[in-house]
Design a protein around this ligand. Structure first.
Ligand SMILES: Nc1nc2c(ncn2[C@@H]2O[C@H](COP(=O)(O)OP(=O)(O)OP(=O)(O)O)[C@@H](O)[C@H]2O)c(=O)[nH]1
Ligand SMILES: [Mg+2]
Length: 449
């Protein structure tokens, strides 16, 4: 059922001026014949737009514009049409139902893009970049996604795979044709430098991926501290709005309160939490448990202390509890007299109430998360969790290969790990057929001469 015809509404449901119903597959024109009155679409030129009307038997449903895309130069590489109908989910749903009644099948989530990938129009990283474009919320993440769509990740991975293949090819030749005198003698001395070189490339990609992930997903940031230090005031100061309730009563915040902001191109997903202390109050206790959970999951802790009161055991315990996390210590209420009695390295002093020094805090957060200058034009940033996980596995396989070579193990042992790394990188771009490996190997070495 490879080319069965799929259909879906591509625009969001709800009131809108225009909705788009999309269809792809072998029977798009046949199906359109049954519901569309206007120009003959099957004989229309590709990439043209046609005015007409959709009918349900004799009843007119809508006046539409239909875009015609003919295989193979289409997104899915199949015949495609897009119906621009009037907005409002009722009309769009009705047209979709008509398509389904006349032979189309409701598309699965992402199935148009999946077909684009399966039919070779894009690789997996490009498919993922399309999703990233849809989900992007900052200029930086949008630019990053566009680089992926242009095939930059594919190209980067391809270069690494070529280098791996080069080493594998050397080993293969040595195993299969040890008597060939024009093949360089294979020694660790020859293999290892190549592998070290590759490892540097891998490291570089993995390091940049950390920035990539931050650019794409933002930073989960928890505001933590004991009651009344000014956590909710800080949330409001950062969001520049009165999101959370602020009072002088300890234990004001019970449930977590969230908000997002963009900081130098990075999204901060802020979570204000209940002040952590021993409490008898059942609701407050639940809030405190939640705060501890948020603390564990957070990628950054904004740890708030009160400048106006001496450091307590509670503060010390919380400092200990957050010690293992990426953390910024914030000394709040600097508009009041200092009674805290301690200096903290790399802390930021602010007044959340007067909104003093918030910019200094913002720039500290920024510098903590983007490791250097971000250069999307010349560097490649992996950002997708799946891709990064595979890259890390490939890196481990390469490390194993290096270890085997260093331990003077037989070269075919080294080769197994290198091949695994090659396969793993292939998974990133969606190329996992090992026959390709064989083909490429022999196209590199014309041994039949
Ligand atoms: N003078 C001064 N008061 C502040 C400052 N920040 C917060 N406050 C006051 O401190 C009190 C507690 O502030 P909140 O923001 O509710 O504190 P919290 O940490 O969220 O408290 P809980 O939700 O109870 O854990 C309020 O009366 C605020 O107005 C500041 O920078 N200076
Ligand atoms: Mg609060």
């Amino acid at each position: 059922m490879k080319n069965d015809t799929i259909a879906a509404i591509s625009t969001a449901l709800g009131q809108s001026a225009i909705s788009i119903v999309r269809m792809s597959g072998d029977n798009v024109f046949e199906i359109m014949k049954k519901i569309y009155r206007g120009t003959d679409l099957s004989s229309a030129e590709s990439h043209t737009i046609h005015y007409g009307k959709i009918f349900d038997d004799a009843t007119q449903v809508d006046e539409v514009l239909v875009s015609v895309f003919k295989a193979p130069k289409t997104f899915t590489r199949e015949d495609m049409i897009e119906i621009n109908c009037h907005g409002g989910s009722f009309v769009a749903q009705k047209i979709l139902k008509l398509l389904l009644t006349h032979g189309a099948r409701l598309a699965d989530k992402g199935e148009f893009t999946e077909r684009a990938y399966l039919n070779g129009r894009i690789d997996l990283t490009q498919a993922e970049s399309i999703l990233d474009i849809i989900e992007s919320r900052t200029n930086l993440s949008l630019s990053l996604a566009n680089k992926g769509l242009d095939g930059k990740i594919y190209k980067k991975i391809d270069v690494l795979r070529q280098k791996l293949l080069d080493i594998i090819a050397h080993i293969e030749v040595n195993i299969d044709y040890p008597e060939y005198d024009d093949v360089e003698e294979l020694t660790e001395a020859l293999l290892l430098p190549k592998m070290f070189d590759l490892q540097e490339d891998f490291n570089d990609v993995l390091e940049k991926a950390e920035d990539g992930k931050v650019i794409r997903e933002g930073v989960k940031t928890a505001i933590i501290g004991k009651p009344n230090v000014g956590k909710s005031s800080l949330l409001n100061a950062l969001l520049k709005e009165d999101r959370a309730i602020v009072t002088e009563i300890q234990g004001t915040t019970r449930d977590t309160i969230e908000g997002s902001l963009t900081l130098g191109g990075i999204m901060l997903h802020l979570i204000d939490t209940a002040g952590i202390r021993e409490s008898e109050d059942i609701v407050e206790r639940i809030g405190i448990d939640k705060a501890k959970q948020v603390l564990e999951e957070a990628e950054l802790i904004l740890f708030v202390l009160d400048n106006n009161s001496p450091l307590t055991k509670e503060d010390e315990a919380l400092l200990e509890l957050t010690n293992h996390k990426k953390r910024i210590i914030i000394v709040n209420k600097i508009d009041l007299e200092s009674k805290i009695g301690k200096n903290f390295k790399n802390s930021v002093s602010i007044s959340a109430k007067d909104r003093t020094n918030i910019e200094a805090l913002e720039s500290q957060i920024q510098s903590m998360f983007l490791s250097g200058d971000i250069d999307l034009d010349t560097e490649t940033y992996l950002s997708n969790t799946r891709q990064i996980a595979l890259m890390k596995k490939a890196d481990l396989a390469l490390k194993d290969a290096i270890q085997s070579a260093e331990a003077m193990m037989p070269v075919d042992m080294v080769e197994i790990d290198l091949k695994e790394a090659w396969e793993l990188l292939g998974e990133i771009i969606g190329d996992t057929k090992s026959t390709t490996l064989i083909d490429e190997l022999f196209s590199k070495f014309c041994l039949g001469k």
